[in-house]
Design a protein around this ligand. Structure first.
Ligand SMILES: NC(=O)c1ccc[n+]([C@@H]2O[C@H](COP(=O)([O-])OP(=O)(O)OC[C@H]3O[C@@H](n4cnc5c(N)ncnc54)[C@H](OP(=O)(O)O)[C@@H]3O)[C@@H](O)[C@H]2O)c1
Length: 319
């Protein structure tokens, strides 16, 4: 089978096409014939790595798992003898989580993973694009405990997380203001943003409006500028916080009692199933920017790393 490996940390050239034996599923595993995957912002960060401290988790001198990628979307083509949840022929999708391994034509994964049936109304491409940003947005949106008509400002609204957060905040009854570049105004409005704002406006001193929730998706604005527009008693979400911001946020929570949500999300099967239901019913739409064939993985990484994709980037593995 075709696999893209990353044998050393570094630039996208480290991503190489290799030919591997098709794996055999263990007793509790299903094997997925993987039609599509996606390249997410987390993927290039692990490849580099960025930050360097990520080596402690992913491997000190080189990636311990040479096959990156977390999104799987395909058909079950073999099952281990203890598997009860899925059968051969099921259309499935989901996340392999920190085990990764999704940049491959076949992926073996425990049936207990965050994997579910892909309804026929959802394409394999949408299945591959869904898990990363949507599970992240949903987890943080749930932490905000949104009440009807609360105001939320979503900074970095055109990102994978942002395009999902707009729709989910709307679904839970919030009034959404989206912050992005002018070129993405139409996109975010089509997803349900009631007002739109350019980055520059958000950072300007004249922006005095207060929001119940400030949802920072891309780590491009400071905690100080976010707090400037947060209502008293409101919630600040820092999706992309790295160690420095986490430390700062922890300190602010402790000393000033400000509600700040940050840190790694918990990917859950319940949330994947909720997203599947909303997508099937037409209440949620995963945004796909573009697709690349598996062989062009390095190009896909360069595009995602440049930081200007709209929503998600899909990789076509099999037809
Ligand atoms: N906490 C967690 O567990 C968790 C989970 C998943 C992801 N994350 C983090 O969440 C972040 C977002 O990931 P993602 O994949 O959703 O991002 P992404 O899709 O790669 O973000 C790209 C988007 O960001 C916009 N952008 C760039 N600069 C901006 C700025 N200065 N102000 C506002 N928007 C700007 C770009 O719009 P323009 O082209 O118009 O500039 C583009 O549409 C990443 O840092 C990722 O590591 C955290």
């Amino acid at each position: 089978m075709k696999v893209i490996t990353c044998r050393n940390y570094g630039a996208s050239e480290e991503l190489q096409l290799e030919d591997w034996e098709i794996p055999t599923p263990k007793e509790n595993e299903i094997r997925i014939k993987n039609y599509k995957t996606s390249v997410n912002s987390g993927d290039w960060r692990i490849r580099k790595p960025d930050p360097e401290i990520a080596r402690l988790y992913f491997g000190l001198t080189k990636p311990r798992q040479p096959v990156l990628g977390i999104s799987v979307s395909g058909v079950v083509d073999a099952v281990g003898k203890n598997v009860t949840k899925f059968k051969v022929g099921d259309r499935v999708f989901g996340s392999s989580g920190m085990k990764m391994g999704a940049y491959a034509e076949f992926v073996c994964i425990p049936e207990s993973a965050v994997i579910t049936i892909l309804p026929k109304e959802i394409s394999f491409s949408e299945g591959a694009a869904l898990p990363f940003g949507s599970l992240t947005a949903l987890d943080f949106i749930q932490k905000c405990k949104i009440k009807e008509n609360q105001t939320i400002i979503i900074y970095g609204a055109s990102s994978s997380v942002g395009t999902s957060a707009i729709q989910l905040a709307n679904y839970f009854g919030a009034n959404v203001t989206a912050v992005c570049s002018k070129g993405n105004f139409k996109l975010v409005e089509s997803l349900g943003a009631k007002s739109v704002m350019d980055y520059e406006e958000f950072h300007s001193e004249s922006h005095k409006k207060n929001y119940d929730i400030v949802f920072e998706c891309v780590g491009k604005s400071t905690i100080k500028s976010n707090l400037k527009v947060l209502a008293k008693g409101g919630v600040l979400v820092l999706v992309a916080a790295l160690f420095k911001e986490m430390f700062q946020a922890g300190l602010l929570s402790l000393t000033k009692g400000i509600k700040i949500k940050f840190g790694p999300i918990a990917e859950t099967i319940e949330n994947l199933e909720l997203l599947t239901k909303l997508t099937k019913e037409g209440k949620f739409k995963v945004v796909i920017d573009r697709s690349y064939p598996l062989e062009k993985m390095a190009e896909a990484h360069n595009y995602v790393e440049a930081g200007h994709k709209k929503g998600n980037v899909v990789i076509d593995i099999l037809d």
